[in-house]
Design a protein around this ligand. Structure first.
Ligand code: T3D
Length: 259
């Protein structure tokens, strides 16, 4: 359990904060492990219906802690990725609940791809992103080579990965990588409002949207139509569908409980 990740619960929201501001929240293996464990717990906890991932200080995350001997030149980098990053990204994408990332400043290397692995990414106007890997002779990991072409399109993904240039939040928004850019002083309030809104929504439907949207990337339309049928069948038997229809008929707000 790393002291550099703060974990808090507020109602149905799990709040994870990268808290190593003096090192721009550079990630240690322990930090990645703590985030992973919290997400695994959240997956099984019906009381958690949405996750907020944010960061303390002037940066979101500067990527892998480059002072860690485990990633010194000549070390087995694949071992760190296998132990720390791959489980974390897998847990984020497998979580059947929405994850909001609030990017307050620079998101570099694995820090950028950590943000892009969230479901909805909010960024402060002064935030920026850099696939910094190539600057130190590496290539994007943490799902970057999978996520970036899908999010940015092939040409831009190759450009940001090969050139390692910093791009600002407005550009990331224009490229389709973000949900919203907000004024810096509004970031925390907007992220909280968004994640609380998601936490009150029909959680199973949100989880199913997440799963099917992603599964669709590697399926034919025919197979996806079948998957939609099966998913809708499952949701149709749930409490939240009954509640949604009842609320619509009664002209009142729905009170979804995630079942
Ligand atoms: O197997 C594996 O694990 C490989 C996996 C790799 C995944 C990756 O993420 S590779 C990419 C790693 N990240 C980077 O290459 C980015 C390194 N950082 C930077 O390029 C710059 O710090 C920034 C552009 C992000 C910000 O620049 P600036 O000028 O605003 O801040 P700074 O002065 O460089 O940094 C402030 C402090 O944070 C400084 O510490 P100090 O000197 O005040 O004690 C700096 O050393 C520290 N810091 C920043 N990034 C890292 C870091 N310390 C350790 N690791 C970092 N990644």
């Amino acid at each position: 359990m790393s002291d550099h990740v703060r974990i808090a619960r507020s109602g149905a929201v799990l709040h994870l904060t990268l808290h190593r501001p003096e090192k721009l929240n550079a990630l240690t293996t322990e930090m990645a492990g703590t985030l992973h464990a919290a997400l695994v717990d959240a997956a099984d906890d019906d009381g958690v219906r949405a996750v907020l991932l944010d960061a303390a200080g002037r940066a979101f995350c500067a990527g892998q802690d480059l002072s860690d001997p485990a990633v010194a030149p000549g070390a087995d980098l694949g071992a760190t990725i296998e132990r720390a990053y791959n489980p974390l990204i897998r847990a984020m994408r497998a979580l059947p609940k929405p994850i909001v990332a609030a990017v307050n400043g620079i998101a570099a290397g694995a820090g950028a791809n950590l943000a892009f692995a969230a479901d909805l990414v909010l960024a402060a106007r002064s935030a920026s992103f850099v696939e910094a890997f190539v600057r130190i002779g590496l290539m994007p990991d943490s799902g970057g080579t999978w996520m970036l072409p899908r999010v940015l399109g092939h040409a831009r993904a190759v450009g940001v990965a090969m050139l390692g240039e910093t791009f600002d939040a407005e550009r990331a928004l224009a490229w389709g990588a973000l949900w919203q850019v907000v004024d810096d002083e509004q970031l925390a309030a907007c992220a909280t409002e968004l994640v609380e809104r998601l936490a009150a929504m029909p959680t199973r439907a949100l989880g199913t949207i997440k799963r099917l949207m992603e599964a669709g990337w590697s399926k034919t339309l025919d197979a996806q139509l079948d998957a939609e049928r099966d998913a809708q069948r499952a949701l149709g038997g749930g409490f939240d569908f009954a509640e949604g229809v009842a609320a619509f008929s009664a002209k009142r707000p729905a009170r979804f409980d995630g079942r």
